[in-house]
Structures are given as C-alpha cells and as structure tokens.
Design a protein. Structure first.
Length: 268
C-alpha cells in the first residue's frame, strides 16, 4: 500500500476498500475503517471504488468544473446525524456550565475535510496526494464548507461554548485557512490563540516531548492530543472533539469524539 505525506497519508482508494466492503455507517462513525497491512482477499477494483465514492458524495461538477458533494447525498445524511448528536452534547455541557458545574466547555475542530471539503482536489488528482499541488490548492482559499459545520460552530458559540481549531496545516498556511473559513461563514475565534497549526520551525513548549526547532518528531496523534492537553491547561473542558481521521481523535483529552465521514484518504 503506498504511503504518502500529509503527515502520514495513505491514498484514499486504499482506505475506501473498507467502504466498498460494507462498513456500517452509524452516528459518530461514518467513515471507512483503518487500512490493514495485509489482506487475504483480492482488493476491491479501483474503478468501482471511484464510482462508489462518487455515489456516496452525490458527486457532480458545477459550471466551473469543480467537483461538489450533493446536499441530499448519503455523505450529507451521515454528517447531519453526527452533528445532531453533537448539538445535544453541546447543549448539555452549556447547561452544566451555566449552573457552575465543571470547567468552561470547549469544542475542538480539525479543518481539512472536517470544516473545509477537499473533495474537488481528491477527485481531480485521482486520490493521489502531492505536496506541491495540495499547498497550491489550500492557498486558493476556495474550498466549500463541510455540510452543516458553519451552523454547528455558530450554535456552540451561541451557547457560550468556546471554539478551537486543531489542524495539521502548516503555520505558513494560516492566512489561507482563515480566509477560507471566513468565506464559508465560519468566523468564530479565528485568532492565533484559538487556531492551532503545525509550526515546525518554532514548536510550542507543550510539544517538547516530540518537537524541537531542530527536529519535528510528533505523530499526528501526539501533535493533536498534545494541543488538546494544552487547551485543557487553560481551564477548558473539551466536551467535543471533531475530525475526519481517527488520528484527529485519538490520544484522549476530550469527553467525546465525533468522527466525520471521509472515505477518500487516511492519515495515520
């Protein structure tokens, strides 16, 4: 199985094999499972996988040739189900905070394919990642929102729940990420104290166990969980952690995790 870099990124067609094999989609777990290192069965045909991914997203090109997901697709339905459960948890945490129970509630979001949908890039590159083209795509700051996420963030903000962002994007991509989030209607807490990005040249002290200015050795799980631990150290209780990859969610430091669907690539 080819391994590519976006941290440690495996091409989506490999991850999608689990989708084609009949992975059950339920609340909070609507995504293809982790790719395994070995299989005793013939892998699913790549051409058919692409067709199934298109069907799942309700994929169609708009007038500008950009691949879009359909709001009535299975993908959109799965997102809505996960987000409905998250809203109930957010409301519960907000009520508890109002009555003085526990720390100030917060939620944490990954960005790529959790808030900003990269399906057009994946589809046009045949699900093969390239660092240069990916960076150029991010720099355009023109990705659509993942369905429902601007409203989910506004809902949390209206309940007094603090919103943080914990992304694998590089520190040099901050302006593009913020511009894109604003463009899709996400404009809550987009300052440097709430938007955490990878700064390999000057890693924060709370990641000192795996990162120094001389060498970045943090895995995705170490980086993301370490950032969440830092947020907790500021006096917050992370009542919900949202991501499209298991590595966005593992490592603790969150009361609940919410897995968004993404059958197009895998980040270990």
């Amino acid at each position: 199985m080819p391994t590519l870099r976006k941290s440690t990124r495996v091409v989506g067609v490999a991850a999608a094999c689990a989708l084609a094999a009949g992975v059950a989609y339920g609340t909070g777990s609507a995504s293809a499972d982790r790719p395994s290192g070995r299989t005793s069965a013939e892998p699913h045909n790549i051409g058919l996988l692409v067709q199934e991914i298109d069907s799942y997203y309700g994929a169609a090109q708009d007038a500008d040739g950009v691949w879009q997901a359909a709001p009535d697709s299975q993908y959109a339905e799965d997102l809505a189900r996960v987000q409905a459960g998250a809203k109930r948890q957010i409301a519960k945490a907000a009520r508890a905070a109002h009555h003085g129970k526990g720390h100030k509630p917060a939620i944490v979001f990954d960005i790529d394919d959790t808030l900003l949908l990269s399906f057009d890039y994946e589809r046009k590159t045949n699900y093969v990642y390239d660092d240069a083209t990916w960076k150029a795509y991010v720099a355009k700051a023109d990705r659509p929102a993942v369905f429902g996420t601007p409203a989910l963030i506004d809902y949390a903000h209206s309940k007094g729940v603090e919103v943080f962002y914990n992304s694998g994007l590089g520190a040099d991509q901050r302006s593009a990420a913020v511009e894109n989030l604003k463009k899709v209607g996400i404009d809550v807490n987009l300052d440097a104290g709430h938007v955490f990005l990878k700064d390999k040249a000057n890693p924060p002290a709370y990641l000192s166990d795996c990162a120094t200015p001389a060498a970045w050795n943090c895995t995705t799980v170490q980086y993301k969980s370490g950032t969440r631990a830092h947020i907790e150290s500021l006096g917050y209780d992370i009542v919900g952690n949202f991501g499209d990859q298991y590595s966005d969610l593992e490592g603790g430091h969150a009361d609940r995790t919410y897995k968004f669907p993404n059958p197009t690539y895998y980040v270990g």
